[in-house]
Each structure stands twice: as structure tokens, then as C-alpha cells.
Design a binder for this molecule. Sequence first.
Ligand code: F6R
Length: 609
Amino acid sequence: MCGIVGYIGSRQAGPLLVEGLERLSYRGYDSAGIAVMDQAQKIGVCKTKGKVERLKEMVDKQPLAGKIGIGHTRWATHGEPSDQNAHPHTDVQGEIAVVHNGIIENHIQLRQYLEQYGEVFVSQTDTEVIAHLLHHLYDGNMLHTLQKAIGMLEGSYALVVLCSREPDALYCVRNDNPLVMGFCNGEGFAASDVTAMLSHTRNVLFLKDKEMAVLSRTGVKLFDVYGNEIEQHFVRVDWNLSDAQKGGYPHYMLKEIFEQPEALQKTIASRNVQGDFSWFPFSQENAGKISKITIAACGTAYHAAVMGKYFIEELAHIPVNAEIASEYRYRHLIFDENELFIAVSQSGETADTLAALRRAKQKGISVLAICNAVGSSIAREAGKSNTLYTYAGPEIAVASTKAYLTQAVLMLMIAVTLGQMRGRLDTQRAHQLRESLEQLPQKAEETLGAFDQIQRLCDKLYQKKHVFFIGREKDWALSMEAALKLKEVSYIFSEAYAAGELKHGPLALLEDGQLVVAVLTQKRLAEKTINNLQEALSRGAKVVAVCTKSVLQQLAELNTERIVIPDMDEISAVLLAAIPLQMFAYCMAVARGCDVDQPRNLAKSVTVE
Ligand code: F6R
């Protein structure tokens, strides 16, 4: 989704802003632009529809001189992708330039109001009202002006403002949209995502809602919504630049798939699931009281939530609802005072998941967040002691891989912990599960060895137009994720079905050559899914089975392609099966010539509803 960068310091801002935008380009965008203020306090703007490379060519030809500036990658919401609609937007005099992420919900009313005062609009965007509003309200002090403006703006925003009358500062504010400040050796950085400033500093400050920041060459000053200066809250980010670069892989997605053993290791090793539960936010007494659990999330994170449902119900014997956050936030709900709500989000910024978490909090029920991005909105909303981080490191590819696997494994760890706290798991079974978790990174490493086989397979299959993924129970939960992964990166229509549902309708679509991918990691259910595969094969389907070594024997003479994963405890083997299915999506997309890291119409972090 849209990206913001800002710079003030002693170097030329233009190249640094473009570099920051390049680092944010993984988020998905359709236009890009920068505004730089020169020594004569004139603001120059360069913006274009299309890629950051195009912007770079333009500023290489006609550099914008100056040591302070702002930049933006836009993902169109109001108004088509065009040069005119690209950010930064300015007031008519070109004295105030603004970049904005989010949506101004009352932009139509504000536009009508401002037009009465002679402000002239040149774009179709909601953002442009902010530039005119700031101009209209300007009283010689941008901080006061911003404070007045945010009292009139409804919606979500991360804003960085450049003002020619105040040439030594950038003015920043956020509401429901991430904005980070960084400061190092006389240089200040602003960005919507910490990856944009990692090459300059790892000491960062995540703005809270309605906090305003003034970024200058002497540091960052922070103000509350009433304009009172408040204490700063810098944190150190562990991620480094090489984590956020491709490191020799052709795509981030592939790099991130191959980083999974390490990501699993970090997530698992940081918590003890037997004996010492000090990492778990709830005491034994409180864990014992939980009457039901709701896990809400979007997209891939929702699929990790569905997996979590199976783990928790099986091991801790608590009823669990996995909910799509955009549904949960509005639908009629029956809350229980002893309910636990869990939000799952890689970015920690997904608007629907954040809203679902807020709804649960308003009802006064206990909450827990599972996040990857430290200091993100969801982590802050849940609170430090009620947030569990997945240690996947920065996930740059739009298609989530390592974040999914670490979310799912954390779900398993929660299930094992709750199971013991509630007396549902005996010591021996808990011990087996702990060992199985400890083996997971190594087994994941072995599973990566299937890459060449999958690549060869995809070279034969990439022209398929439709794919069904089937499985039962946890294998079905994974099938949903596999179908999403394939459709988002390869644009192949794919659908997941609980295997037993095939004969209740979808079989009508099965014809000669239809590709069916079956997930078979649970021995006790394999026979049933194999029966469903027989139904598909007898109608001419082409079948690929992703199975454990022990299920392989059950497939016997069946005419299928086989991708075999190592054997593991039956409950955790499904986690390993995620890896070949991610590789399958990746290889199909590469074979079809798709832009794997930045699939069309998608954004990495969906900060609008
Ligand atoms: C798909 C994907 C998305 C995200 C979803 C939620 O590969 O990445 O479906 O999972 O937008 O994002 P987070 O986890 O950041 O809340």
C-alpha cells in the first residue's frame, strides 16, 4: 500500500528520498513522487504515474536541489493512477507540500468548504484537501496549524508536511496509519515503514495516534494532540538492511521461503512450551477460565488463525472461532466475559484486524496479538505484555510465506501451553510436542530440498487455468493458504475445498486434465482423502499429492505426482507441508512470467478498510 518517506539533514534529499521509495516499492503502488525544498525556500515537485524507476529517470535528468524533502508511492484509492493524482500534493502557491497514507473520509465536505474560500483543486484525490486545508488554516506556525487541521480531518492518515515558510523542519502526524521517525548524526528520517530507513538508522520512534512530530536537524520533538511537548519513545529495531535485501535470490519470495528454518528457529527457541510458561501472557488461573477463543485476521493470517483453531481445540479443548476480521468488525456477535480474543497480523497495521481488536477490547474481553512488526499499531493496541511476536524478520514479498509459518507455529505453541495449563495434556504428550517443535527447523531445512522437483513439475503444469486444493481438517486449513498463494502470485484461479465436499458440487467442474493438489499429512484422515482423489482421478483429473513419508504408502498405486515431506508428529507435519506449497505457487508464477514479489492489484500492508 502507499509508502511515505521524509528527509532532513546535510545531504541532498532527492536521491535519499528515491532510495527510500525504492525500499518501499515492495508494498505495491502505481505512482511515485517527491518534493524537495531548495535554499531559496522554493519547493520543487516531481511526480509520475508508474514505477519509481521512472521517477528516478526524471529526477536524474532534472535534479531537485535541497536538503529537506518528502516522497511517496501511491496505491490509488480516490482517483485513477495518474501524474496529477500522484503525491506530493501542494496548495495553490506551492508553499505547502503533503504526502499522505490512508483515507480522508470527509474529503468531499472539506473540498466544498475550502472551495468557498477560493482554494482550487487539481486532482481527484482525498489527500489534496489536506494541502489546501493547511494553507487555509496557516497561522505562521505549522505545528499549531496541523493541530487545528487534525481536528477537522476524519479518517485515517499518516502525514508528512513540508512548508516553505518553515524550512528547517518536517511536520508529521498519524491516525490509524503507521509512521516512523528516525534520527542519527544530524539527519532526520520519516517513513511509513522502518525498512525505508534501515540503511541510515535503527533507532526509531513509532508515532502513536494523533501524536505530532517535528523533525529537524537537531532531533525529533514530540507533541500530543493539545500541542504539549511529550516524552520521546525511541526503540531499537533488530532487523538490519541485509534482512531486507534479496541476498542473491532472484526474488524476495524465494528468499523468504528459504529463510523459514531460521524464522521457525527464532520463534520456537524464544519460548519454552514445557515447564516455564513465563512468556505466556496469562496465568494458569486465567488460562483455566477461558471459555472460548476468537481468532481474527485477514488473508494469509486468517489461514494461520484457522490452523490455530484446530491446534487449540485438539490440544487445549477450548472452542475456537476463526474469524475474518472484516466480517468480525461489523457482524452481530455474542461475547462471553471469559472469552479470549486473538488478533493475528504480520504487519500489525491491517485496518480490519485493528478494528476487530478494538471491538473486542471495547467489550472488555481479554486480548492477545500475534504480530511480526515490532511497535506496530496492533501490537500497541493489545499492549506490550499481551503481544507475542513472530520472529520472522522483515517480510518484503507481498505474498506472505515465512510470516504465515511462524504465525501457525506460534498457534501450536499457544495450544500446547494452554493444553498443559488447563490439564488437558499430560507430561509425556507435552514432551513429544516440545521435541517435535524443536525438530521443526531442521525438518523444514530438509523439506526445502524439494525445490528442484517442484520447479520441474511446475514447468509441466504452469499453463493450467484452474487448480483445486483439497485436504481434511488441518490439511484443509493449509489448502486454503495454498490456494491463496497460487492465485495471488500466478493469477491462476484456485480454490480450496474440504476434501469431503468435492462430491457436494465441485465435482461438476472436474474434467479431463483438471489439476487437483491434495494435502495429506494426517495418517488417520489420509484414506478418506484418497477416496476423494479416486473420484477426481476417475474423472480425468491430474493429481499432485503433497504427503508425509508414512502417508506415501497409503497412496500405493494411485496415479499421482508426489511431493514428499519428512515424517513428524502428526499434528505438526502440516506445518512442513506449507513449504512445498509455497514453492509450488512461486515456481508456477515464475514459469508464467509473473511479477512474483509485486503481484498486480495487491499491497503488502492494507491500512485502509
Ligand atoms: C497474502 C497476504 C495477505 C495478508 C493480509 C493480512 O500473501 O500477505 O493476505 O496476509 O493482507 O496482512 P497482515 O498479516 O499484515 O495483517
